[in-house]
Design a protein around this ligand. Structure first.
Ligand SMILES: Nc1ncnc2c1ncn2[C@@H]1O[C@H](COP(=O)(O)OP(=O)(O)O)[C@@H](O)[C@H]1O
Ligand SMILES: [Mg+2]
Length: 84
């Protein structure tokens, strides 16, 4: 049952968020121009409605903290967007 004050209004929306971090390359890879990435967050979408409690659950290293930082705009996404 929603709280009396709750509405269905979406107050936060993540759209296809991606955050890839560059991996330090070996000299040979660097010379060959090879680029490698850690896909910390790779296409995450969700919305949170007013009054709703949203949980983010997953194994260690799956991207929870990076997602949180993208939501708080402490990190710029590689692609995708956050809307408030
Ligand atoms: N600043 C960073 N530079 C490079 N890799 C990172 C950085 N931050 C996180 N990662 C990597 O991204 C992945 C997701 O990390 P993280 O969001 O901290 O996961 P969780 O919080 O779910 O444990 C991990 O592989 C982690 O090593
Ligand atoms: Mg974490």
């Amino acid at each position: 049952m929603p709280e009396p004050s709750a509405t269905n209004e979406i107050i936060l929306q993540a759209k296809d968020l991606k955050k890839w971090f560059p991996v330090r390359r070996r000299l040979r890879q660097a010379l060959q121009g090879e680029r490698r990435w850690v896909r910390a967050v790779d296409g995450v979408s969700f919305s949170v409605r007013r009054g709703e409690i949203f949980g983010l659950i997953g194994e260690s290293g799956c991207g929870k903290t990076t997602t949180g930082k993208l939501v708080m705009k402490l990190l710029d996404p590689t692609s995708g967007e956050m809307e408030f």
